[in-house]
Design a protein around this ligand. Structure first.
Ligand code: ME8
Length: 528
């Protein structure tokens, strides 16, 4: 009967258009995945997992951006064809998904047929609508950024070369080019930002985008003739598409464009680093509106990580590999640290000493210790059975209310505005409250004086741990599964509708011998 009800509830959720489509940038295949790429995808993975557990039908997309001059040049350097090269490097990003426990539903490569078809279709629509025209382009081009710069943006670099604001060298290029009439879309973009004030987040980034658009938009060169590693322009094989129009289109390709896009489009969230905000918040909605397609609902630009005070770069050789993080700290611990340490949206400095302290304090001593001391106590003193509670005191009720009722609403609200650090802070308020509770109630003393009360205290703690285990699942899927296994919570009882007093843990449940979930990192003294 219960199971049947659950099925109906699931159906209800699925058909209630509770859908959530979240995307990462598609990463360039000229580099191995590093901390920066991993960070963006972790954030999206947490949102995707959270929404699934909260009853949404989720699509979570990531992938690789494989065209453009930069990739062609990297392939040449490696002595490979662009296709061989992209096959190899794209695989590094694909392999990272299971390694980091990413739950992406799709992995798109811009060299796939579905994507060529989608780009060419979009192009034709834009051309038919008079949004794309053929002309000539001359200007300063930075291969590294795949972008043209205006003369007044440049400075003089060494060897008489000119340098773009990004630090990339530019060269003078002249080519026949197709143009997108971006200049005609300024007002419509400003209207979009007015209509949807959270189209770009955080707010400071919205202001930057608005002032960029208000300063006037120029038409955008959207094809290249100087190389052929790209999607051919339909009807003019001399041209390939500008890598950004090709790249951005991935988000609709994966939703099914040009066929029926079903329920997923418009995307709920494009997560990007601040470096590529302009492409997502200005060019992309302009392309879409020009083609008569609804823009996404939000673009969130997060900050950049530096490494122990330095910019992460290939030349400094200081890029942190995600595999190094996994080896040092574990997958879940790395996921937790990256989202907890730094207000999402701000820049942050990655420092191993901070990682160790944070992981030891919050995970080993905080949540881990709470679960371990409660469950071992039950295992040793109560025949491994969750005790039957007697009447609850105000202190019991207060903790239970926080865990069963208060926490989810706050976490949901914070994650809906991508404030991961605040969501985690709210969860750790409950962890801390439970650790205070166990010390105040001292079940080890009650063992000698009042075993009935001891049972109630242990029940309250176990129920709190169940709620904590449920709510940390999106951030720490493996460790939370271990915690929930230790409480003998069935797989079907782990979605957020189980976060309620009516689904409280059953007294009498037999638990297995508890194992520590978050080992203490031993380097703390050395690093502190
Ligand atoms: O820009 N800190 O790909 P990309 C935080 N292909 N995040 C960082 C980071 C750092 N130090 N370094 C990189 C591209 N990132 C295009 C995208 S989308 C249609 C096309 C993250 O491989 C951040 O999310 O250069 C940034 O936006 C992304 O990696 C850039 O990845």
């Amino acid at each position: 009967m219960i199971r049947y009800k659950r099925l109906i509830e699931m159906d209800f959720y699925m058909s209630d258009s509770k859908k959530y489509y979240v995307t990462t940038p598609i990463y360039y295949v000229n580099d191995k995945p590093h901390l920066g790429h991993t960070y963006t995808t972790i954030a999206c993975d947490v949102l995707a997992r959270f929404k699934r557990l909260d009853g949404y039908n989720v699509k979570f997309l990531t992938g690789t951006d494989e065209h453009g001059l930069k990739v062609k040049q990297s392939a040449e350097k490696a002595g490979m064809t662009p296709q061989e090269f992209t096959d190899q490097v794209s695989q590094n990003f694909r392999d990272l998904c299971p390694a980091m426990n990413f739950s992406n539903d799709d992995f798109i490569r811009t060299t796939e047929d579905r994507h060529t078809r989608s780009c060419q279709h979009l192009w034709k629509i834009l051309e038919e609508r008079g949004e794309i025209y053929l002309d000539k382009y001359a200007g300063w081009y930075a291969v590294r950024d795949e972008a043209y710069y205006a003369e007044d943006e440049l400075s003089d670099g060494p060897n008489g070369k000119k340098i773009a604001p990004s630090g990339a060298e530019v060269e003078w290029m002249e080519e026949e080019s197709y143009f997108f009439r971006l200049s005609a879309w300024g007002d419509k973009l400003l209207e979009l930002y007015e209509r949807n004030p959270t189209f770009v987040m955080p707010e400071t980034r919205m202001n930057e985008v608005k002032s960029f658009v208000k300063s006037g938009l120029k038409d955008l060169s959207v094809s290249r003739t100087t190389f052929d590693w790209g999607v051919p322009v339909p009807g003019n094989d001399k041209h390939v598409m500008y890598v950004w129009i090709d790249a951005l289109t991935n988000y609709i390709t994966a939703a099914g464009y040009p066929d029926d896009m079903g329920e997923y489009w418009p995307a709920d969230l494009h997560m990007v680093g601040k470096d590529i905000l302009r492409f997502h918040a200005v060019y992309w909605p302009a392309f879409l509106m020009a083609a008569g397609i609804e823009p996404p609902k939000r673009v969130f630009a997060h900050g950049w990580w530096t490494i122990e005070g330095e910019k992460m770069s290939k030349s400094l050789g200081n890029a942190i590999s995600p595999y190094d993080l996994i080896e040092r700290y574990g997958v879940d611990q790395s996921r937790y640290f990256l989202l907890r340490e730094n207000p999402f949206g701000n820049d942050g400095d990655f420092c191993h000493a901070h990682a160790i302290n944070r992981i030891n304090n919050d995970l080993a001593n905080g949540l881990g210790n709470l679960a371990q001391r409660t469950l071992s106590f039950i295992y040793k003193n109560c025949d491994g059975k969750i005790p039957i509670p007697a009447e609850f005191t105000d202190n019991d009720r207060s903790l239970l209310k926080k865990a069963q009722e208060g926490m989810l609403g706050v976490v949901r609200r914070e994650l809906d505005v991508q404030r991961f650090h605040k969501a985690l802070e709210a969860i750790w308020d409950v962890v801390n409250a439970a650790n205070v509770y166990i010390d105040v109630e001292a079940p080890w003393s009650l063992k000698k004086t009042d075993t009935v009360r001891m049972g109630t205290v242990l029940y309250v703690l176990t129920e709190t741990i169940r709620c904590l285990g449920l709510i940390v699942q999106p951030v720490m899927p493996e460790s939370s599964a271990k915690m929930l296994d230790q409480l003998a919570i069935e797989a079907g009882e782990r979605s957020f509708d189980s976060l309620s007093p009516s689904k409280s843990i059953a007294a009498g449940t037999q638990i297995p011998q508890p194992q520590g979930v978050f080992p203490r990192l031993v380097e703390e003294e050395k690093a502190a």
